[in-house]
Design a protein around this ligand. Structure first.
Ligand code: SF4
Ligand code: SF4
Length: 365
């Protein structure tokens, strides 16, 4: 494997066989995903090309390692994973070689060498009920977070546990779990929520930071608007069925087989803001609703306590009554037409959001 420890990000990508054309294509896709104007593509490309390795310290508290799994899992190297590889990950429990005193020494050395400049990534919530509930080298999560955040340029709360408290905070919250933003109040905190979050979101945030030296525009929950600005429901390829009042009532009825809307099976897409419907998962292969299961709402605060994953939201979003009765009247013919729309929309969605791997970029260049 190529040495990732020296040079600029551009050097790293070239050493890994990414062509200039492939790189520009990635910058165009990233700029478009982040709602940047086309004129910013050359700026993004130049900034990423010349970017030095930013120091990143990653702290893990009450978490399950799912967020790290999500970010590092990749069957073929994607440009996203190469950018992630390029950062100087100076402390990360799961990925670092050092352990014990050596690991803590590495964290302290990185904090001193990059004071005021390093990015702090946190996954997991912080227990306030008792400092002994979760410790690292005998030090409470709260103390380590406060110490490490003090010298950070910004903090990224990775995953719904760090962003909102997540599963540890679910009722009755036995550990008194809180989110990063409840503790760190004097630094920019960006929430990359999801259980787990989508890998491309973190590279998007990193790309923005490396390009502009700032964090992207955030929504009311401190999430990057570019990825969390639209609901799952508004981008869902099953939406035409919702609008026509065509719902699956069980996971194996005719509606389910025809790909109808999963609202009645508990889909939380109408109240969930995330990029799953466009970016998808597993390198753009699919996403939960496409594989036949409703959205759980994992990127929203307190989704574990939102009334049951298989209970339908009580209030439909939008007036579907007229289109529902129209659908009933039109009967089988409309069902067939809607299935056609579904296929077309799905094909279109697949085409628009195809996987961006190095191999693919080279193939299509
Ligand atoms: S309710 Fe769920 S399955 Fe139905 S259109 Fe909305 S997001 Fe898609
Ligand atoms: S589809 Fe919904 S529950 Fe599933 S990962 Fe995306 S936001 Fe989370």
């Amino acid at each position: 494997m190529a040495d990732l420890t020296t040079g600029t990000l551009g050097d790293t990508l070239r050493r890994n066989g990414v062509s200039r054309r492939g790189f520009l294509k990635f910058c165009t896709a990233t700029a478009s995903m982040m709602a940047l104007p086309p004129s910013m593509v050359p700026v993004l490309a130049a900034a990423l090309d010349n970017a030095q390795r930013p120091s990143v310290i990653w702290l893990s508290f009450q978490e399950c390692t799912g967020c790290t799994e999500s970010l590092t899992r990749s069957h073929t190297p994607t440009l996203e994973s190469l950018i992630f590889d390029h950062i100087s990950l100076d402390y990360h429990h799961t990925l670092q070689v050092a352990s014990g005193h050596a690991a803590e020494a590495a964290r302290e050395a990185a904090m001193q060498a990059n004071a005021g400049k390093y990015l702090l990534v946190v996954d997991g919530s912080i227990p306030l009920g008792n400092p002994g509930f979760s410790t690292i080298a005998g030090v409470s999560n709260l103390q380590i977070l406060e110490e490490t955040a003090a010298g950070a340029a910004a903090v990224i709360a990775m995953g719904s546990c760090a962003a909102f408290g997540g599963l540890p905070k679910a009722d009755p919250n036995p550990t008194g779990a809180v989110a990063v933003r409840d503790i760190v109040t004097d630094k920019p905190v960006i929430n990359v929520s999801g259980c787990p979050p989508i890998p491309v979101v973190i590279t998007g945030v990193l790309a923005h930071y490396l390009t502009f030296g700032t964090l992207p525009e955030l929504d009311q929950y401190s999430r990057p608007k570019a990825f969390y600005g639209t609901s799952i429901h508004d981008r869902c390829y099953r939406r035409p069925f919702y609008d026509k009042g065509l719902f699956a009532n069980t996971f194996d009825d005719e509606g389910a087989k025809k790909g109808w809307c999963l609202y009645k099976l508990g889909c939380k897409g109408p109240m969930t803001y995330n990029a799953c419907a466009t970016v998808k998962w597993n390198e753009g292969t699919s996403w939960p609703v496409e594989s036949g299961h409703g959205c759980l709402g994992c990127s929203q605060p307190d989704f574990w306590d939102a009334g049951g994953f298989y209970n339908a939201l009580s209030i439909p979003v939008g007036d579907i009554s007229r289109t529902a009765s129209y659908a009933v009247a039109a009967g089988v013919a409309l069902g067939a037409a809607a299935a056609g729309i579904n296929r077309k929309t799905k094909t279109e969605a697949n085409r628009q959001h195809s996987t961006v791997t190095v191999d693919d970029l080279e193939k299509t260049s």
